[in-house]
Design a protein around this ligand. Structure first.
Ligand code: 2M8
Length: 439
């Protein structure tokens, strides 16, 4: 497929997934607005329609809570209620004193990509007063989100924030969570899965894992979604390298924007937060032996077992030194299984828990590839960045605009399809970005 055709398809997908004021990640499987998906989607829009890009972000922040928290799903459409589980009635967000009263949302968040997304939108249209006004309007909202995170998700004041649920990581069923699930018991829940009606079971998390996901939310409900109680009592409390990288990268973007738009007090605060975050990041999460960053389990007081593509995300935020970055390249090489696999599988292929088709347990994801290649480029590592870019385009050409992708090149060539949802928005949005890129 030519680049022109690929671009045309990508544009068609984004527009087909567009709903009034927001864009769904994928029809059938994800029928509402998702937080970090909206960030990648806005980036795609910024190449051809800045208004759509700005609107995607504005709609997301309309659902922000009183305490700055930004929920991970906004259940805009009543008509789609029956098509997704767990929905608004499971979360029961009004149990929290901070919940948004105008929108039905979840009570969990997702990686804070908004700061750097807004900077990219600004760069795409900085001469336009409409875009400048957008930045001025959104800056305080993103700032409020960061304040929420630093003040409520960092109980030991380390500069690293924790996630309270695997759904907050974005990498839902990663094998790194397995040992947490093995550390406690939960009841069997009775519910009807919606995801496995549209995607094959072997490409989604098993039912027993969903019981754990739901149980955590039930615990939080009991505590009225109070972060203090969650930090004190919940069995799941993790400092995730992807989530924290997005926070640091967004801090940096806000610092640059804050200087331009004279948010002086905020900029000083962001600089303080970031200094602390970066040094804690390198001291606590970098695994010298493996050559990449790890997840830290605050309950068990140790790294979680397993190497993931999230461990490469800190490059996007400029966190590793040049020397650490070089070390990460050899880790990346080993994820490629001597070139047999497309870069970058979501989980280390030599680990016996690796599953090439199952969601975040092995397949390649376009958003992770994009973040990592942007990170490499910022270090001047053009060869690797280009390699990931080309492999990503090739994989999408062979398999289509799927949610996630078969890593083995041999199988990809023959099979002609990927996994999970089809006509997937962030895949399309980021392909638009890659095709517009001069790398
Ligand atoms: C997946 O997560 C949702 C829950 O949030 C699900 O499985 O129902 C993840 O891949 C997540 O990162 C993504 O934002 C979401 C929508 O694409 O789907």
């Amino acid at each position: 497929m030519s680049d022109a055709l690929l671009l045309k398809r990508a544009l068609q997908i984004l527009l087909a997934n567009e709903r009034p004021g927001y864009t769904i990640p994928g029809a059938g499987i994800y029928p509402f607005q998702w937080k970090w998906d909206s960030g990648f989607i806005a980036l795609g829009y910024s190449h051809f329609d800045l208004r759509k890009a700005m609107r995607e972000m504005e709609t997301l922040f309309d659902a922000q809570w009183a305490n700055g928290f930004v929920p991970h799903i906004i259940f805009h459409s009543v008509a789609e209620r029956e098509n997704y589980f767990p929905g608004a009635d499971f979360y029961h967000s009004s149990l929290s004193e901070n919940a948004n009263i105008d929108y039905e949302t979840t009570t969990l968040t997702q990686p804070p990509v908004e700061g750097w997304v807004i900077e990219r939108i600004f760069r795409a249209g900085n001469h336009l007063s409409e875009v400048q006004e957008f930045v001025k309007r959104l800056f305080p909202k993103v700032m409020a989100q960061h304040k929420y995170l630093y003040e409520n998700r960092d109980p030991f004041n380390e500069g690293l924030v924790y996630i309270q649920h695997n759904w907050e990581s974005g990498t839902d069923n990663s094998p790194v969570w397995d040992e947490i699930w093995n550390s406690f018991n939960v009841p069997e829940y009775n519910f009807s899965r919606k995801d496995t009606q549209v995607v094959k079971e072997e490409q989604r998390p098993p039912k027993r894992e969903y019981d754990y996901y739901l149980y955590l939310i039930d615990l939080f409900k009991k505590w009225h979604y109070n972060d203090k109680s969650i930090a004190e009592k919940s069995p799941f409390l993790v400092q995730d390298p992807l989530f924290n990288s997005m926070l640091v990268a967004s801090n940096k973007s806000l610092i640059r924007l804050g200087k331009l738009f004279r948010f002086t007090r905020e900029t000083e605060q962001l600089e303080k937060w970031n200094k602390k975050s970066i040094s804690a990041f390198n001291e606590k999460l970098f695994d010298k032996e493996a050559g990449l960053y790890r997840h830290f389990d605050l309950r068990a007081g140790k790294w979680l077992d397993g190497l993931t593509s999230s461990g490469f995300a800190p490059m996007f935020a400029g966190i590793p030194s040049l020397q650490q970055m070089k070390r990460m390249l050899s880790a990346m090489e080993s994820f490629s299984k001597k070139g047999q696999y497309y870069l970058i599988p979501s989980f280390e292929p030599d680990d016996n828990r690796f599953e090439p088709q199952r969601y975040w347990r092995g397949p390649v994801w376009v958003n992770m590839n994009w973040l990592i290649l942007e990170g490499l480029r910022s270090y001047g590592e053009r060869t690797w960045a280009k390699k990931i870019k080309e492999e990503t385009l090739q994989m999408v050409r062979e398999q289509g605009f799927f949610e996630y992708f078969e890593p083995a090149k041999k199988i990809s060539r023959k099979q002609g399809f990927g996994y999970g949802g089809q006509q997937f928005s962030w895949t399309a949005a980021l392909i638009i970005d890659l095709l517009n890129d001069k790398l």
